[in-house]
Design a binder for this molecule. Structure first.
Ligand code: ZN
Length: 287
């Protein structure tokens, strides 16, 4: 955080320097756009193939083939979900929250893509439906579905509270991935990464730039829908913070399950479509 009382006197041209206009770091318009017309047609006649119910304060894994659609649904009560995504065929290629944020902003919605880690850096999923898209940004600068938080975890919790709590999203995702893959817990943990905070309402305070959360506007029936651009193994944790309006990293908040549904696209809608391919950067890094 910035000092309340800076130790350095401002230069004479401080005002001039502050008035320089910002520019967007990574204008996403230069990216090849997702095939939204096709994806909307695919969703219109989609056929349900599978579902996984994620229990409160726990996580579960789910599999989605490239060209299938998956939907995360709020059921029973307002609940936030912490989402991890991996390439189903190579766990080292995984969702890259930071680059997704750099390209699409702090909070994602319909038309935004979730990108994979280097050296792959390609779209792994495209958001094709968001029943909370009406929320926009509130008066506090908050919005939903952020890629700024990391995930609640027992390490930070221990440092801040002095307590060991085992049902944070990080631990939930670790247990779920270990159970799904057969990996030992410590190896599974190394694959757990910064999340997409599904339904969570967050922002940065305007005066101090601190990460904040507030009770999610999600209600049962709300959903976030994705087109899988590659074969995906997903992990979703129903955060112990519930709607994240109060405490997290404890058993205090009311928590509800989350449902993941997997659909085949409408018949014929994806004919001639191909999964996303690897990044065309030539490699070598100048050597
Ligand atoms: Zn959490």
């Amino acid at each position: 955080m910035k000092l309340d009382t800076p130790e350095t006197a401002p230069p004479l041209d401080a005002q001039e320097r502050r008035e320089v206009r910002p520019i967007i770091c990574y204008p996403p318009d230069a990216l090849a756009p997702p095939q939204m017309d096709r994806y909307r047609a695919a969703a219109k006649g989609m056929i349900k193939r599978d579902e996984v119910l994620v229990q409160p304060r726990d996580a579960a894994c789910f599999s989605v083939k490239a060209g299938q659609i998956f939907r995360i649904v709020s059921v029973d009560g307002p609940q936030v979900g912490d989402l991890n995504l991996w390439n189903a065929n190579d766990l080292t290629e995984r969702f890259y929250s930071g680059k997704t944020r750099a390209l699409h902003g702090t909070h994602v919605s319909t038309g935004d893509r979730l990108w994979t880690s280097f050296p792959h850096m390609r779209p792994m999923a495209t958001i094709i439906g968001d029943s909370l898209d009406w929320y926009g940004f509130d008066e506090f600068g908050g919005s939903v579905h952020d890629v700024i938080g990391t995930r609640c975890d027992p390490y930070t919790g221990r440092l801040l509270s002095g307590n060991d709590y085992h049902y944070c999203c990080h631990s939930n995702l670790t247990r779920a991935l270990a159970a799904e893959t057969g990996l030992p817990l410590n190896e599974a943990e190394a694959h757990v990464h910064d999340v997409l905070n599904v339904f969570m309402c967050t922002g940065f305070t305007r005066d101090t730039g601190q990460y904040f959360m507030k009770a999610s506007p999600v209600r049962p029936g709300d959903h976030l829908d994705f087109m899988a651009e590659i074969d995906i193994l997903g992990g979703l944790s129903a955060c112990p913070g519930g709607d994240c309006g109060g405490e997290h990293s404890s058993d205090v908040a009311p928590c509800y399950p989350l449902l993941v549904e997997v659909f085949d696209p409408a018949p014929g809608s994806m004919d001639g479509w191909h999964p996303s391919t690897g990044n065309p950067y030539i490699g070598g890094h100048g050597t």
